[in-house]
Design a protein around this ligand. Structure first.
Ligand SMILES: [Cu+2]
Length: 398
């Protein structure tokens, strides 16, 4: 209904504008210039507007850099990150310089050589030398950029197996993540959606001995300075694993395994203490305190104070709760990591426990499907916990 009303209002406005323009035409003096051909005055006005437009663009650009520059991510927290950032800054830098010069020339010439009654355009057919220059320069620059990009790409994408990276599976489903560590053998057990049953959320093949020591967890812990190879699997639709601080992203495609490897270089604690993050957290908390004053006045629960954490996010719009599909990442020292991993139960022991429970039906009355994997994919308990509070920067992507 609202849309219908808006359309009617817009149509009426258009009719009004058209009628007003007709009144203006009728009210002109009989000797006014009604010619359809642009005169010097029209040309001058258009020239000035062209120049004004490019100045407007530059002002907006400078404003955006100044106002939104604070949303830049800090120094990359993974080894390949600086290569990635360099490629991006060099590409953007080049594009910026070329666009500033060419846009300025385009608009300035439109102003400078605006039409004048007394002037005639010069007939200038072609100039081979000029054409050669403006063809060869972009060819060299673009070829350079592309070759540089290809080298960077293969550096980032090719996983050095000699480094013996730790293999971790990241499993995506609407709307959460699970991580599966490959255990002592550093080999993931086979898995298939057809094996998903009961506590076997990820469909790990029970008959595969490599899977027995796998560890399935809800929080991703990574040892700093150690190469990690992620294998991505999706249960349902297309997702995308996005680690903004580690400059990594990979599609997670149902029916196939994709992979990406990197070496984290900055622990969560170090990142929290970095100048960038201290400032950031301070400003987020200032905003929250302001908001809390309003919430207190309204008698509503207040927001917790914010603390930085790395997150693995989903970067494909995969459904209703896509915005909240995230998993905390903790980058820590190798000792802390090993201590944490030690405490996690293996897949084998989880399956044994569950079968023991099934043997004693009074313990597990009813459905033993974990809540988290119920059909609607929502996790009652966890969703509430994860749900961003109003005013919170969801998943701290900035
Ligand atoms: Cu998703």
């Amino acid at each position: 209904m609202t849309v219908f009303l808006v359309i009617i209002v817009l149509a009426l406005l258009a009719v009004t504008g058209w009628q007003i323009s007709k009144i203006f035409q009728l009210s002109q003096r009989p000797d006014a210039d009604t010619s359809q051909v642009a005169n010097d005055k029209d040309n001058r006005l258009n020239g000035i507007l062209m120049l004004g437009f490019v100045i407007f663009l530059y002002v907006i650009t400078i404003y955006c850099f100044w106002e939104y520059g604070r949303f830049y991510l800090p120094e990359a927290a993974a080894e390949h990150g600086s290569e990635y950032d360099n490629l991006m800054f060099i590409s953007i830098g080049l594009i910026m310089v070329v666009q500033i010069i060419t846009q300025f020339l385009l608009h300035f010439f439109a102003y400078k050589y605006k039409g004048k009654k007394t002037q005639r355009a010069l007939f200038y057919a072609d100039n081979d030398k000029l054409e050669f220059i403006w063809t060869i320069i972009p060819v060299i620059v673009l070829a350079g950029l592309i070759i540089y990009g290809l080298f960077t790409w293969s550096d980032i994408m090719n996983i050095n197996e000699d480094e013996d990276p730790m293999v971790i599976e990241l499993y995506a489903y609407q709307f959460d993540w699970r991580a599966r560590y490959s255990g002592e053998d550093n080999t993931l057990g086979k898995a298939n959606v057809r094996f998903i049953e009961g506590v076997n959320q990820l469909g790990v093949d029970e008959s595969d001995s490599y899977g027995k020591d796998d560890k399935i967890v809800t929080e991703l812990h990574l040892p700093v300075g150690k190469p990690v190879l992620f294998k991505f699997r999706s249960q349902d639709v297309l997702h995308s694993a996005y680690f903004p601080f580690h400059r990594a992203q990979m599609n997670v495609v149902p029916g196939m395994i994709t992979q990406f490897g990197f070496t984290p270089t900055i622990t969560t604690e170090e990142m929290r203490q970095s100048e960038y993050m201290v400032d950031k957290v301070k400003s987020v908390n200032e905003e929250r305190n302001e908001r809390n004053k309003e919430l207190v006045a309204q008698g509503e629960p207040t927001l917790d104070s914010y603390e930085f954490d790395y997150f693995l996010l989903c970067n494909k719009i995969c459904g209703q709760a896509h915005y909240n599909m995230q998993m905390k990442i903790i980058v820590e020292s190798e000792e802390d990591f090993n201590a944490w991993l030690e405490e996690q139960p293996t897949f084998g022991s989880t399956m044994e426990d569950s079968s023991e429970n099934v043997d004693r039906p009074e313990d597990t009355a009813g459905d033993d499907t974990p809540e988290s994997m119920q059909e609607d994919g929502s996790e009652e308990g966890q969703e509430m916990e994860n749900a961003p509070q109003e005013g919170e920067e969801v998943a701290v992507v900035d």
